[in-house]
Design a binder for this molecule. Sequence first.
Ligand SMILES: C[S@@+](CC[C@H](N)C(=O)[O-])C[C@H]1O[C@@H](n2cnc3c(N)ncnc32)[C@H](O)[C@@H]1O
Length: 205
Amino acid sequence: MLIGLGLGPGDPELLTLKAIKILKESDKVFVPGKLALKLVSPYTDAEILDFPMTHDKTRLDRTIDHNADVVASEARHRLVAFGLIGDPNFFSTFTRLKNRIREKYPDIVIETVPGISSITAFASRIDTNIDRSFVVSDGSPITTKIMLKTRTPKKIRDRLIEEGYTDFIFAEKLFSDEERVTDEIPDKGDYFSILYASKRDAEGE
Ligand SMILES: C[S@@+](CC[C@H](N)C(=O)[O-])C[C@H]1O[C@@H](n2cnc3c(N)ncnc32)[C@H](O)[C@@H]1O
């Protein structure tokens, strides 16, 4: 089994209790660089897997392929953690690695465990707060909307369809005993709910 593990935004004290537990229990831990290595080192030994920062698609592809083989060979029969800065599902090396492992080794179970993302953590450091809608961008087209407080999810979905969004997941009371995650968007939602909407990138990426 492979766990993509969020290590938080850079402060060793901002790892979650769950992250520390998984690091201690894992048979093998990989990280993509020195900062992640520093964050896991109080709890376990880890191996750095090189992910070069390059736009050379062939080189990138070759590296992901190689790293997928290395990680999969360990994760087939043992518990493997791959620790990443911030959250493993936001602008993360882990996504490409996970996709390649799923293609090549569909029998390997892969999960992700959230970490505190720089996307939320920065606000404490610069002493600001956000209570209106905001944009997170790395310059690529906007293809996702995350709607909070979705008490009328179906109505909101219908509005988003008009904006070109095509795929929707409703997530309510996450991480609680009453958690509900569904693509059958209900009429009514709890205050503690999120509607995730996505659409294909017009550039086809
Ligand atoms: C590849 S993304 C990884 C994001 C990460 N998965 C997360 O959830 O924070 C790297 C970018 O995240 C931002 N970032 C991550 N950690 C940061 C930190 N400690 N301080 C400022 N920016 C940070 C920077 O914009 C950086 O270029």
